[in-house]
Each structure stands twice: as structure tokens, then as C-alpha cells.
Design a binder for this molecule. Structure first.
Ligand SMILES: Nc1ncnc2c1ncn2[C@@H]1O[C@H](COP(=O)(O)OP(=O)(O)OP(=O)(O)O)[C@@H](O)[C@H]1O
Ligand SMILES: [Mg+2]
Length: 211
């Protein structure tokens, strides 16, 4: 299975989503390959820390840029799940990867600047589906507020906006803004390896919904 974590906005939590799912899948016994397709190398740096700290379960990391479709197809023969972390903003990797992927998980914050980029994603998905008609596209709300007074209103705004795009499925799972998501990045861990049950359950809920 090939899963692209991609959207057209920088800082939407693509890498965070990719690394957390990668570890959660490996914990379930899946042979996981994480493909860092972003020249910023955030996943690769996270992975280097994981190697340094000798953390288990092990996952495989491969760096590949530009046209990644052939590489993804080959990796898909060897691994149970191939997860791809792409760069924000109209990346060639999102397009070429999308043509061979089973799904795109598109993280977005509920902010006008993030949601404005959905139009661009729609155009890309329209083009990709000419080659890959079965591609699923899931919109995943990230860095949602934990403020009890604001959370329902924010969620409703997100649902209202995204539901205008009929080609995207909106995930029920949400990643709220929690400091632990930042903390684990620097030591090569996933939130599922911490004792923060709230963050852990968010990742497990995403897994259950998508895989
Ligand atoms: N749920 C969350 N709660 C708190 N901080 C978060 C959360 N998700 C991501 N972050 C933080 O937000 C920042 C951006 O996240 P991340 O690097 O995953 O985004 P990205 O989409 O991969 O960015 P880029 O486009 O630069 O690759 C990081 O500092 C990350 O630790
Ligand atoms: Mg990133």
C-alpha cells in the first residue's frame, strides 16, 4: 500500500503525521518504508535520531526526490506499507507519487491560508485521477484547538469549508495542538511511544480510520 502525506501548505503537519503513522504501523508488525521526498529532509533527520537512540520497532527510510513513481512501485513490492512525506507547495513528488498511490492523506489546519490551498489540491487530484482513478484523498484536520470554548466552532468551520470539495473525504480523526507532537520530533520517537494518552489515541484513531 502506498500512502502519500501531502498538501500544498508548508507546516501543515505532513512530516509529523508521516512519522507518527510509520511507528504506529510498525508497532502492529507491518514492514514500513518511510520515503522522505522533501529536500528539507525533516523525516530523515527524525530518522537519524531514531537510529542514534536505537529505538525499536525499526522502520526503513529512503530518500527520493523528483519523479518518485517508479521507486514507490518497487518499494511497494517489498514493504507492507510505503509512506511518503512530500514537500508543501505544488511538489512534483506529490503528483508523481499520487499517480501510483492508494491514497493521499492531506493534513490541514483550520486556517484560511491552509484551506485556501485546497483548490490547488483539487486541480492536482483531478489530473492525477486521469491516470489513477481509484486514488482516495483524505482531508485530516491538524493542530486543532484544545480550547473547549472554541473547538466545536473551529471543527464546524473546517467541515463546512472542506465539504465544498466533493472529491475529498474528511477524516473524523483530528490531531489537536499538543506540545508532545513537537517534543518527539527531536528524539526520533512517535507520540505512540510516549505516555501522552490523548496524542496516542489521536494517532491510533487515524490508523483505525484509514488502514
Ligand atoms: N498536533 C500538533 N501539535 C503541536 N505541534 C505540531 C502538531 N503537528 C505538527 N506540529 C509542529 O508544527 C510544525 C510543522 O509540522 P511539520 O514539520 O510536521 O509540518 P510539515 O507539513 O511537514 O512542514 P513542511 O511543509 O515544512 O514540510 C513542527 O514544528 C511540528 O512539530
Ligand atoms: Mg515536512
Amino acid at each position: 500500500m502506498i500512502v502519500i502525506i501531502g498538501c500544498n501548505k508548508g507546516g501543515a503537519a505532513k512530516t509529523t503525521t508521516a512519522i507518527n503513522i510509520a511507528v504506529a504501523l510498525a508497532n502492529q508488525g507491518k514492514d514500513v518504508c518511510l520515503v522522505d521526498a522533501d529536500a528539507q529532509r525533516s523525516s530523515s533527520r527524525w530518522y537519524a535520531e531514531r537510529e542514534e537512540n536505537k529505538l525499536k520497532p525499526q522502520i526503513t527510510l529512503i530518500e527520493k526526490r523528483d519523479n518518485i513513481s517508479q521507486t514507490l512501485k518497487l518499494l511497494n513490492e517489498k514493504f507492507d506499507v510505503v509512506l511518503v512525506d512530500v514537500a508543501g507547495r505544488n511538489s512534483k513528488e506529490l503528483i508523481t507519487g499520487g499517480t501510483v498511490a492508494d491514497m493521499i492523506i492531506a493534513p490541514h489546519q483550520c486556517s484560511q491560508l491552509d484551506l485556501d490551498t485546497l483548490t490547488e489540491l483539487q486541480i492536482q487530484v483531478d489530473a492525477i485521477r486521469n491516470l489513477n482513478p481509484n486514488l482516495k484523498v483524505y482531508c485530516y484536520q491538524t493542530m486543532a484547538t484544545t480550547n473547549p470554548i472554541l473547538r466545536d466552532k473551529e471543527r464546524n468551520e473546517f467541515l463546512e469549508f472542506v465539504s465544498e470539495f466533493e472529491d475529498f473525504e474528511i477524516l473524523k480523526s483530528i490531531a489537536h495542538y499538543r506540545k508532545v507532537y513537537r517534543d518527539v520530533m527531536s528524539d526520533g520517537r512517535s507520540v505512540v511511544e510516549t505516555n501522552n494518552e490523548l496524542a496516542k489515541n489521536e494517532v491510533l484513531s487515524l490508523m483505525k480510520e484509514v488502514f
